[in-house]
Design a binder for this molecule. Structure first.
Ligand code: GRF
Length: 207
């Protein structure tokens, strides 16, 4: 009975780097904490990305797909969509993906793409706000709290509707590196939790 309420998530994870959030999501799925969810494929623009190696180590299909391999953004978008169709993907989770998702893909997956950002959006998002730069900006602004945000991806970079946020305090002697570590630990809890709530239909309605 309860199963009927679960939204089956066949997820593509897009990432460009080490893949620690991807790893947290895979681990949560393996522990049975995200009912009805599986990772169908991992896509990276970077052939050397840790996320691709991690996917292969977990027997999850891993694809290197970059705009640079194609003549135009449209051709790239078509290949991304073909890959997503081939793996019957119905949901996309960005985890450290450093490239823009082509508008065509956003249109096809409207309200079915989420991202995690290492700050409390709408503050500290947008151009240049990635990696350690985010934490440097938070400390420079003398913020007393920071955190992580899971949000919907739409055409406006880092501006899509916020789904879930959690906070950490910023200590007086905080450094960008120490804050990055704190926030990343939080992300590893928050992202699987957001996906669980989505699977349970509690966060993002299935329409
Ligand atoms: C995370 O801090 C995430 O918030 C940001 O990129 C980073 C990715 O780290 N979007 P990882 O590849 O998941 O380890």
């Amino acid at each position: 009975m309860r199963d009927a309420l679960i939204r089956r998530l066949n997820i593509a994870v897009f990432g460009s780097g080490r893949g620690s959030n991807f790893h947290a999501i895979v681990s949560a799925i393996q522990r049975g904490e995200i009912p009805g969810a599986q990772i169908a494929v991992v896509i990276s623009n970077n052939s050397n990305a840790g996320i691709l190696a991690l996917a292969r180590a977990n027997d999850i299909p891993a694809q290197h797909l970059s705009e640079k391999q194609f003549r135009s953004l449209d051709e790239f978008a078509e290949q991304v969509l073909a890959t997503l169709r081939a793996y019957e993907v119905n949901f996309i989770a960005l985890a450290g993906y450093m490239k823009r998702i082509p508008p065509h893909v956003i249109g096809e997956f409207r309200k079915r793409i989420v991202n995690i950002h290492p700050a409390l959006l709408p503050k500290f998002g947008g151009a240049g706000m990635f990696g350690v730069h985010v934490h440097e900006a938070v400390i420079a602004a003398r913020e007393k709290v920071s955190g992580a945000t899971v949000h919907i991806v739409d055409e406006e970079y880092d501006r899509g509707p916020i789904l879930l946020q959690r906070r950490v305090s910023v200590a007086d002697d905080e450094t960008p590196a120490s804050l990055a570590e704190k926030v990343l630990t939080l992300e590893h809890e928050l992202y699987p939790e957001a996906l669980r709530l989505i699977a349970e239909g509690k966060l993002l309605s299935n329409n």
